[in-house]
Design a binder for this molecule. Structure first.
Ligand SMILES: [Zn+2]
Length: 330
């Protein structure tokens, strides 16, 4: 895996985040930049295979750069857009270097297009590897481009300012857009005893769909808030929600989800897990809200679980929570 200082990785993640593309595109680009796509060269490095030759063209070692930009398998995709020569002028050391180079002087629209094509190339590579080569690559790739563009215009419509770059300070709770759920999280760190992680998931009318609390061993506040956010997105995934807004009043946590990629302290393992889950949703957004907009999660984090580790309500939401939730939107 290519190693760079965390500061520059954070910047890179911010750039990928700010493309405002679908979470799955961001996840793909991030995996590629971190060198964690399972190409032959990586598999050999991990002693899973002895032979790193590209299984498709059998001409060169299969690195991520090879699979996505250079292999004859995907040549027509880049040629079709007249990008082949431009793209392969860049550094060839790693996908991360190449991507950083591509980022220079390009606007988000162009980068998003290149990202979408790269994603399409990876799809064609995976199909070819399992013996189902894509016949109409240019069409497939147009599909990826379309997927990304549809996402962007949808996100723009839904959030007005588009995608994920919205940095608006919210002081009160507001309903999510049609078809979305909002996941509010909060942590309760008492002076002694276990920490409570509170989560409430609400629909576009403000109805409480899920309320849950989890108890963990005592820990400091930021860690607890990060754990609460992780618990929130895990619960949302467990319940099968796919258009998700995560909202918390811990600014450092929401900032980390949106910008910080990696670091050395244990809290980054939590952020990493949050990233993984968020990237599995079809749509995802993360907001910071003031405490006054996070009262339901605040209350739930204080629930007594009678000694159990977790308590989740799905159908029978307690009246006190429903009342609090109503006050929120009236
Ligand atoms: Zn090849």
């Amino acid at each position: 895996m290519p190693r760079t200082d965390p500061g520059s990785e954070n910047k890179l993640w911010s750039k990928i985040w700010n493309l405002n593309g679908p979470p799955k595109l961001r996840h793909f680009l991030w995996q590629a930049c971190k060198g964690s796509l399972p190409v032959m060269e990586r598999l050999r490095h991990r002693h899973i295979t002895m032979n790193a030759m590209c299984p498709i063209c059998k001409e060169e070692e299969e690195t991520i750069i090879h699979a996505i930009f250079e292999c004859s398998n995907v040549g027509e995709i880049w040629q079709h857009r007249n990008l082949q020569e431009t793209i392969n002028e860049g550094p060839a050391g790693s996908f991360m270097e190449r991507w950083k180079w591509l980022c220079e002087g390009r606007n988000a629209d162009d980068l998003r297009l290149i990202g979408a094509l790269a994603w399409g190339c990876w799809f064609c590579r995976n199909k070819a590897v399992v013996g189902q080569p894509v016949q109409q690559k240019v069409m497939t790739d147009a599909g990826f481009k379309r997927l990304v563009e549809d996402y962007v215009s949808y996100a723009h419509k839904v959030f007005k300012q588009g995608g994920h770059s919205e940095i608006r300070m919210q002081t009160s709770w507001s309903v999510p857009p049609h078809g979305w759920v909002k996941v509010n999280t909060d942590a309760y760190v008492p002076n002694n005893g276990r920490v409570g992680l509170g989560v409430v998931i609400r629909d576009e009318r403000g109805n409480v769909l899920v309320a849950g609390v989890r108890k963990i061993e005592p820990t400091e506040v930021e860690m607890a808030e990060a754990q609460a956010a992780l618990y929130g997105v895990s619960l949302a995934r467990r319940m099968g929600f796919n258009k998700v807004i995560l909202e918390a009043d811990a600014l450092r946590v929401t900032m980390a989800v949106k910008s910080l990629a990696e670091g050395c302290s244990p809290i980054f393992l939590i952020y990493d897990d949050i990233h993984k889950i968020c990237n599995s949703f079809d749509f995802f957004q993360c907001n910071h809200v003031k405490r006054s907009g996070n009262v339901v999660a605040h209350r739930i984090a204080r629930w007594d679980t009678n000694g159990s580790d977790e308590f989740v309500c799905i159908d029978a939401i307690p009246q006190s929570v429903r009342t609090l939730a109503k006050l929120d939107i009236s």
